[in-house]
Design a protein around this ligand. Structure first.
Ligand SMILES: Nc1ncnc2c1ncn2[C@@H]1O[C@H](COP(=O)(O)OP(=O)(O)OP(=O)(O)O)[C@@H](O)[C@H]1O
Length: 709
């Protein structure tokens, strides 16, 4: 590209500005390093002094001394955190600049935007603005011309006279673009065209306007985000957490944000994003962990992953019916009614008697009905405690004795007034109550319940006795929202009384019998703000179009980025299929791409192929439900585990008509294909799956696919 004189001068100015910023940052790095070394020495000396003089010091002196050491440690830790930020900034001080002419000021001023704030230590002038600062909203939300941003003090109006994007790596300017549009296409295209790193990376430099609206929504108590595959939902949710941590730093810290994630591999996959943005990682939880907390001592239960495995092997109509029934809002309403009415209908107050002292049935009834909002077993405990207290004092006042057996007897008498021993008994009785529900509770053995009963039982436990909640959590992220049923949301509501961001994609549901649509989730959280992301960024247009033919979403807008058309390889037999996969792996090794995902329908299929491929000398990692870490390179796993992940190249084996036949298989195939960023290959022997018929039709503009035999 030939630069004009003005452009050359401009670039010169930018290089000088960068050099000056790097100089300031380096100075700050040196100062902080000096401070940290000094603090470390001082702490060491103080500790030594404490040990040497321990005997001569009194308690107060020691406490004072320890307090001082603790304080120095905290200051040093803070300096280490600041140094980390400066180091990150030195790598890439800023990625954007917006020139803004505030109304009432003489001219425009440049605002450089990076991952953190940085001020000149001497002048205190802000040299780099944090991407989350109010003024940085200009960069994401406006083209050139009239613009404004909100601050706690009010709205600032003015005009954007220029916008520029930079790619700076290792402190060196690699390229820059002027753009009047919202985060220019060139930079976005370059970013999207890159190979996938081992883990998810931040997208702070290229956040799009509609994504920014999700990130910066401060007012929603519950925000529901429906986004098509690859629309950046997960990335956006993590940037939103970083934003909320910045915006509400006095009340919110990473310790009180939690993510409900589909599995631990996913947790590891996203683990770097917040640290890259200068925030601590957040705690993760999954549905099986919640189940374990409540049910470990109550009953055995089927895990979510076991349910998925079972569903993929084939499901009986009766089991499907049970799942469907327990996935409706009506089920939550009926169960709630059942639980509430037990206290009214089944509690029979009776007289309590011990050691010739009595409490009347009326006394019991009054006390029981005094606290109608408390869970029923808590009310029974209250009655028992009050009865023990009253009778014990009467007996002791008369000079008698009172033993543990007397207390136990009273508890037993009170419990006998209610026919259910525990929440599990109440839950079981729900199904024997009327003919309509008979047969809808089918345990998997003497002491194991189906996954579909896990959350209804937990709900019954929460509503019938006091349970510890996650009270310290102030914000909950729920990923893969479509996989949770109304009863699971009811449990989440009970356990987390905090603000929430709930995100997912109705097209990527795992269980066709119990997935939740956006409107259903909205009806559970009527107060929620609902936002939608329709643009898909992950895959090339060819891959997105291919996946659209498997499961169409008319709202999806593919990003204009091109690559080779997906290939459907017809193989002669199983042996040939493996040989073709080995050839594809070879081709991948010789390409510029880094990550390769081989995604089977089931884990068992993936495992068989894993053994065959590793037997043939391929180095690859098999991810199953016990895996905790995401690795780069070649990965083999199932579609369920690959959810949320992405790879440069994806191979989907065994796409034949038997293996991919029903609706659930369609979902798995869609999920597998949408994991691919740049290349997608499918292999089969025998007839291809009916979901691929479009690819065998004559080539048309609409589906750019290569069928190779
Ligand atoms: N504004 C953006 N700038 C650069 N890359 C982006 C942007 N938005 C999304 N991406 C990229 O698109 C890919 C998909 O993002 P992400 O995994 O967050 O999407 P998702 O909606 O959660 O996907 P899925 O539901 O299919 O798992 C990632 O590689 C992400 O970096």
């Amino acid at each position: 590209m030939v630069l004009t004189d003005a452009q050359t001068r401009d670039e010169e100015r930018e290089r000088r500005h960068l050099a000056e910023t790097v100089r300031l940052l380096s100075g700050e790095l040196e100062r902080l390093t000096g401070d940290i070394d000094g603090s470390a020495r001082a702490i060491e000396e103080r500790k030594r002094h404490l040990w040497d003089n321990l005997r001569d010091m009194d308690f107060a002196e020691k406490a004072n001394f320890r307090g001082e050491v603790d304080m120095s440690v905290r200051l040093a830790e803070h300096a280490v955190m600041l140094r980390g930020r400066i180091e990150r900034l030195l790598e890439s001080p800023y990625f954007g600049r917006v020139d803004f002419h505030r109304r009432g000021e003489a001219g425009a001023r440049p605002y450089y935007i990076g991952v953190h704030n940085f001020s000149d230590p001497e002048t205190q002038e802000i040299v780099i603005h944090d991407w989350r600062a109010p003024v940085s909203g200009l960069y994401y939300d406006f083209e050139s011309g009239e613009a404004f941003f909100e601050t706690p003090a009010g709205t600032t109006h003015g005009e954007i006279t220029g916008k520029r994007q930079y790619k700076i790596q290792g402190g060196r300017l690699e390229y820059m673009f002027d753009t009047s549009l919202n985060i220019g296409d060139e930079v976005l295209q370059r970013e999207l065209g890159q190979s996938a790193d081992d883990r998810m990376k931040n997208i702070v430099a290229t956040i799009q306007r509609e994504q920014n609206a999700v990130i910066r929504n401060e007012t929603a108590r519950v925000l529901i985000l429906q986004g098509v595959a690859g629309s950046g939902k997960t990335s956006i949710a993590l940037h939103r957490v970083a934003f909320l941590l910045y915006r509400f730093k006095d009340t919110l810290s990473s310790d009180n944000v939690m993510i409900l994630s589909p599995n631990r591999v996913f947790g590891d996959y996203i683990a770097d994003v917040l640290p890259e943005l200068g925030e601590e990682r957040i705690a993760e939880i999954d549905v099986d962990t919640i189940a374990g907390r409540f049910l470990a001592r109550v009953t055995g239960y089927e895990a979510f992953s076991d349910q998925v495995v079972g569903l993929l092997e084939g499901v009986e109509d009766a089991a499907a019916e049970r799942m469907r029934y327990k996935a409706t809002p009506e089920f939550v309403a009926r169960l709630e009614e059942w639980i509430t009415s037990r206290a009214y209908e089944d509690f029979t107050p009776g007289e309590i008697e011990r050691k010739h002292k009595r409490l009347s049935a009326d006394w019991v009834a009054d006390l029981f009905h005094e606290s109608p909002t408390l869970p029923v077993f808590t009310r029974l405990d209250r009655v028992a405690n009050a009865a023990v207290h009253k009778l014990k004092h009467e007996v002791l006042d008369k000079g008698g004795t009172w033993a543990a057996a007397d207390t136990a007897s009273i508890r037993k008498q009170v419990r006998a007034m209610f026919p259910y021993k525990d929440a599990f008994a109440i839950y079981r009785a729900f199904y024997t109550d009327g003919p309509a529900r008979r047969g809808l509770f089918q345990p998997l053995g003497r002491k194991k319940i189906e996954y579909a009963d896990v959350f209804p039982l937990i709900y019954t436990m929460i509503r019938t006795s006091r349970q510890e909640s996650y009270g310290h959590i102030r914000h909950l992220l729920v990923d893969e929202m479509q996989d949770y049923t109304p009863i699971q949301y009811a449990v989440l509501r009970e356990l987390f009384s905090c603000t929430m961001t709930i995100l997912g994609d109705a097209n990527q549901s795992i269980n066709p019998f119990s997935s939740s649509s956006l409107s259903r989730i909205h009806s559970i959280f009527p107060e929620a703000d609902c936002l939608e992301l329709c643009k898909s960024y992950r895959s090339t247009s060819e891959i997105t179009e291919f996946a659209q033919n498997i499961s169409r979403n008319d709202k999806l807008i593919p990003i204009e980025r091109h690559g080779p058309p997906p290939q459907v390889l017809a193989c002669a037999d199983q042996h040939d299929q493996r040989a073709r996969i080995l050839t594809l792996i070879e081709q991948h090794r010789d390409s510029d791409h880094r990550s390769l995902g081989i995604i089977g329908k089931t884990l068992a299929q993936a495992e068989t192929l894993y053994h065959a491929l590793s037997g043939a000398g391929v180095e690859l990692t098999f991810l199953d439900y016990d895996s905790t870490a995401f690795t780069g390179g070649i990965v083999i796993t199932s579609a369920h585990i690959a959810k949320g992940l992405e790879f440069d190249t994806v191979i989907v084996p065994q796409v034949d008509e038997q293996n991919y036949a029903n609706e659930m298989d369609r979902c798995m195939l869609y999920i597998a294909c949408t994991r691919a960023m740049h290349e997608l290959h499918l292999t089969h022997h025998g007839q291809p799956s009916g979901f691929l018929t479009f690819s065998t039709e004559p080539r048309s503009h609409a589906h750019d696919t290569q069928t190779v035999s």
